[in-house]
Ligand binder design. Structure first.
Ligand SMILES: Cc1cc2nc3c(=O)[nH]c(=O)nc-3n(C[C@H](O)[C@H](O)[C@H](O)COP(=O)(O)OP(=O)(O)OC[C@H]3O[C@@H](n4cnc5c(N)ncnc54)[C@H](O)[C@@H]3O)c2cc1C
Length: 408
């Protein structure tokens, strides 16, 4: 068992509470700092797949998770006049026991609630500085008094501040995938029942999803944009104007849907990015979940990676006396799994929002063959198979289990 007794986790979404659970199992004290004033509810639908289902079972939350699945039906592809021309199963592999779709806020609640008895949560606060000392990491906070921890874990998502403080600016590690995404709550003007509708034009896609677990419907817009020109970091008003302009003249219900999206109470707009780092830890600071290796929403595997990563990190801390060995073992075991799951995103984006007319025609031909060719293409099997591709309890090869304290 590692000499680590106190851990500060930044971020209380998926990876953070999951790690707090596992640290408690190994008698390690966790404090979680979250910049939001309370656990963030609502949000989009995410997927718990493969090995993450086993992690949920071992945490004792699988039944709660199953009771909260979105029950979204099929994804129906519509033409410019709203006429369906193809449909597929809701998410790749969903509907079986190894792939569960759930609203992000529901998963946060399910993971967070059982941990409040033993975990200290600091809301409306965040890390401002990290200083390595011989005794541990001295952490300064925006609101709380400075404190010393044996280990700091950055589980603060794609735009991780912990990563910036430890590894440098986001642009050094982010791989932009050439597209932007917008999601938000919208009125269900289509009268949907447990289904999603998706409309495509070359380079842009818009859709609406309805689930009994949503308050209303969710609107989604996807847009290819080779150059960002800072729009992902622009003020919200500019992002909304940009969206309306880029969807001007689009068919189907796009005018109303985009207008509704710009009035959404939980308007989310971001560039689609992956995070690729040479190392996930440095000294006494380690990254977890999207902060370490965001696979992008186009992979649909980010939640799975966050939950499995939390399990593996805590397990390796419990197995190794030297912190550097534990962190090295965590990274060594997770790397191939992360790599395979990140690769799915390339197929995902081409499938959901083909960039060219030729690509769109090819995708639609695939769809029109009633799912047969889609299955033949192997995408659905690949998504589920890749989420399974880790042995949760394996030990890293002996010659790889020794990390350096440098971690750089
Ligand atoms: C639009 C969209 C669609 C997606 N669709 C899917 C999908 O279909 N399937 C799937 O599996 N995944 C999907 N994902 C990805 C999934 O949401 C993430 O991979 C997953 O939530 C990662 O969890 P995390 O805990 O690592 O990070 P996050 O969920 O991003 O959580 C980070 C937490 O850190 C907090 N935080 C941020 N900065 C600070 C700070 N400085 N100090 C303190 N706290 C901070 C945030 O408030 C947040 O609570 C999607 C993501 C998006 C954005």
């Amino acid at each position: 068992m590692t000499a680590v007794r106190t851990v500060l986790v930044s971020g209380a979404s998926i990876a953070g509470p999951a790690l707090a659970h596992w640290l408690h199992r190994y008698d390690i004290r966790a404090t979680v700092v979250e910049k939001a004033p309370a656990p963030r509810m609502g949000g989009h639908a995410i997927d718990v797949r493969g090995a993450a289902v086993d992690v949920a079972e071992r945490m004792g939350v699988l039944d709660s998770l199953r009771a909260s699945v979105t029950e979204t039906g099929r994804v129906v592809f519509v033409d410019t006049r709203g006429r369906p021309y193809a449909d597929i199963a809701p998410t790749m592999g969903a509907g079986d026991d190894r792939s569960l779709e759930i609203v992000r806020g529901d998963l946060t609640r399910i993971l967070h609630e059982p941990t409040v008895e033993h975990t200290e949560y600091l809301y409306d606060d965040s890390i401002t500085a990290l200083e390595e000392t011989p005794e541990g990491v001295r952490v300064s906070f925006r609101r709380s008094e400075p404190r010393l921890f044996d280990l700091v874990v950055g589980a603060d998502g794609l735009h991780s501040e912990t990563r910036r403080l430890t590894m440098g600016p986001e642009d050094d590690h982010a791989r932009y995938m050439g597209a932007l995404i917008c999601i938000g709550g919208v009125p269900d003007r289509l009268g949907l029942d447990r289904e999603a509708r998706l409309y495509n034009e070359p380079g842009r896609a818009a859709g609406m999803i309805r689930s009994p677990r949503f308050d209303g419907a969710k609107g989604i817009a996807l847009l290819h944009a080779p150059d960002l020109n800072g729009i992902d970091r622009a003020p919200e008003a500019d992002q909304k104007a940009f969206l309306l302009e880029r969807f001007a003249g689009a068919g189907w219900e796009c005018d109303r849907l985009l207008e509704d999206l710009t009035h959404s109470p939980d308007f989310y707009f971001d560039s689609i990015k992956q995070i690729h780092l040479d190392r996930w830890y440095r000294g006494r600071v380690v990254l977890l979940g999207d902060a370490a290796h965001c696979p992008s929403p186009m992979s649909g595997q980010g939640t799975t990676l966050a939950m499995v990563g939390a399990y593996v990190l805590a397990l390796e801390l419990s197995r190794h006396e030297r912190l550097a060995s534990a962190l090295h073992a965590y990274e060594t075991r997770m790397r191939p799994y992360v790599k395979a799951n990140q690769e799915i995103a390339d197929t995902g984006i081409g499938f959901l929002a083909p960039r060219t007319r030729l690509g769109l025609t090819a995708r639609n031909t695939l769809l029109r063959f009633g799912g047969f060719l889609t299955r033949l293409s192997g995408l659905d099997r690949r998504v589920v198979r890749t989420a399974e591709a880790i042995d949760l309890d394996a030990r890293p090869p002996a010659d790889m289990a020794e990390g350096s304290d440098e971690g750089r």
